[in-house]
Design a protein around this ligand. Structure first.
Ligand code: NAD
Length: 543
């Protein structure tokens, strides 16, 4: 450990590569896609640095070609969850005492490896395993995760430098300790970057982690785990534990040493976890920190002064990129009647040019939804809209599961602003539009604010500045990430800290200092240099 006060390299957002025909990155990526497609990998658990094969396996398939297996994944049993918790507790002693510069260097190295030699592999794994187009994989698995690693180091350094005042004769200071116990990181399928960030943010702050990846993104997540090993992460700091969520939760959640949960996924699962923690609250060594980013029903709200063309583009990108499977994806829109004909035309014309298919064919804009359950759910909402006299299908409306889980980008128009697809999270390529009476702006803003329990992202479109102010005020608590004249997706680390409130989560803003604060327990130290030698005070003198 050195006595220097160190300044880590200043972070900057990782540039997005184009993958244009003829580019080097395109050729490298194509080679990685070919190799991974044929690799037939066997994914183990990683417990205390040991690669564990449990014998209980699950096939890993491509959502866009469900007949093709990428390999198989070993699944954890209850005994493995216990072993992973023990391994993380054992690793905790050395890891929490390691100097910040050493911990930080591991994640900075991971960022550099991902920027360079690992980029194509992690992107290709995300494309094949989670059906992302190259652009969607690049902004997630490469750029956002590199940004998480680098910006978190910088934010952690800023946090460590926050120190209290000292009156004369003393030195007050705060020490940023790890949480006592282990952190359980439970990650969703839809962002490789989130899968990388949830275990590593607490680890950067000196904690050790049990990481439960999503079964439907385990392919890219396994390469991520290997990237962390290649960056020098010591055994046991992050234990990789694919397995049934409920089973992992059954052992980890009531555990006396559960120090925190770093979760992203659906609202229902997070509420179940919170409930379990509540039921066991008197068993824990410390109060577990509960950090969860959950569901959304994200909106686009247009004012009559909005520009119809930019609105149509924002709706298309905001609702349908990555098949609407971004937590931030626009899934309901409120458009003034005076604009709707023009917006609908722009949207329908553009959607007619959108193609869907295998992500290795880089001409496509979209691919398949993640699995059969998601496919069936989307189909059910589309069938429901077809059967509802208040709804009509403006575009799309067909589903095809013959080779992959393909759902056409679908626009539903409804006369009922409380129709099911206006209120409930579907998490697929379905956008429902309610064309409102221009004279009822405030009433419709109220509807938008109260229609769903969520408050993740939202966007308003207007060119009238008074309207921008008015709508921003009216929708103050309707979204944790609020956009003016932009689509509600695409938050960038370091630029738009991400997270929502209400039923959308604890709003601890991933990739920011606000998130890292949750993974440290401060000890305040007051040291007095010349302690008093008398117990009395001046007022006690007789005169
Ligand atoms: P999910 O809730 O189905 O799964 C998330 C994780 O929880 C998976 O690893 C799963 O295996 C695990 N899990 C499931 N049941 C469990 C249990 N009983 N105990 C412990 N773990 C359990 O979510 P998903 O389908 O992977 O992701 C989509 C959801 O995530 C959507 O609701 C989306 O809005 C949300 N999401 C939110 C954000 C955000 O920042 N707010 C970001 C991405 C995704």
């Amino acid at each position: 450990m050195s006595d220097a006060i160190l300044t880590p390299p200043a972070p900057r957002n990782e540039p997005i590569l184009s993958y244009a025909p003829g580019s080097t990155e395109r050729a490298t990526l194509k080679a990685a896609l070919g190799a991974l497609h044929d690799a037939s990998v066997e994914i183990p658990l990683v417990i205390g640095g040991r690669h564990v094969r449990t014998g209980e396996t699950r096939e890993v398939t491509e959502p866009h070609a469900h007949g093709h297996a990428l390999g198989s994944c070993h699944m954890a049993s209850i005994a493995h969850v216990e072993q992973a918790i023990d391994a993380s507790l054992q690793a905790g002693h050395d890891w929490s005492r390691m100097a910040f510069e050493d911990r930080a260097s591991i994640f900075l190295k991971a960022a550099d490896l991902l920027e360079g030699p690992w980029r194509a592999t992690i992107n290709a794994a995300t494309m094949l395993g989670q059906s992302k187009t190259v652009y969607q994989a690049e902004i997630d698995a490469a750029c956002e995760l590199i940004d998480f690693f680098r910006f978190n180091v910088s934010y952690a350094r800023q946090l460590l430098a926050m120190q209290p005042e000292s009156s004369p004769g003393m030195w007050n200071r705060v020490e940023y300790r790890n949480l006592e116990g282990f952190v359980l990181a439970v990650t969703p399928f839809n962002f490789t970057s989130i899968a990388g960030n949830l275990p590593t943010a607490p680890a950067l702050m000196g904690n050790t982690v049990v990481w439960k990846p999503s079964t439907t993104s385990v392919f890219s997540n396994w390469y991520l785990m290997q990237l962390l090993e290649a960056a020098g992460l010591p055994p046991g700091v992050i234990n990789f534990l694919p397995g049934p969520g409920a089973q992992v939760g059954e052992v980890a959640l009531p555990h006396r040493d559960l120090a925190g949960i770093h979760f992203t996924g659906s609202t229902g699962v997070f509420q179940t976890m919170w409930r379990t923690v509540g039921e066991h609250i008197s068993n824990y060594k410390s109060y577990p920190r509960l950090v969860g980013e959950t569901g959304g029903k994200d909106f686009v709200f247009a004012h009559p002064s909005a520009d119809a063309e930019t609105l149509a583009v924002a709706l298309l990108r905001g609702a349908f990129e990555y098949q609407g499977q971004k937590c931030s994806a626009a899934s309901r829109a409120y458009i003034p009647r005076s604009l709707w004909d023009q917006v609908r035309e722009g949207l329908v014309d553009r959607l007619a040019t959108v193609s869907m298919g295998h992500p290795a064919d880089m001409s496509h804009f979209m691919s398949a939804v993640i699995d059969k359950a998601s496919f069936e759910k989307c189909k059910q909402y589309i069938e429901g809209a077809k059967a509802d006299s208040a709804c009509s299908i403006v575009s799309g409306g067909e589903c095809d599961d013959s080779t992959g889980w393909f759902v056409q980008p679908t626009v539903i128009e409804t006369a009922d602003p409380r129709a099911a697809s206006m209120c409930e999270e579907i998490f697929g390529p379905i956008l429902t539009v309610y064309a409102y009476d221009d004279a009822k702006l405030d009433e419709t803003l109220e509807l938008c604010d109260t229609t769903s329990p969520y408050a993740l992202t939202g966007a308003i479109f207007a060119s009238d500045r008074y309207a921008v102010r008015h709508m921003t005020d009216k929708l103050r608590h309707a979204a944790g990430n609020f956009y003016v004249n932009d689509k509600p997706t695409g938050a960038v680390v370091g630029q738009q800290p991400f997270g929502g409130a209400r039923a959308s989560g604890t709003n601890d803003k991933a990739g920011s200092l606000l998130n890292l604060v949750r993974w440290t327990s401060v000890r305040t130290i007051k040291e007095t240099f010349a302690p008093p030698t008398e117990h009395g005070y001046p007022h006690m003198a007789e005169s």
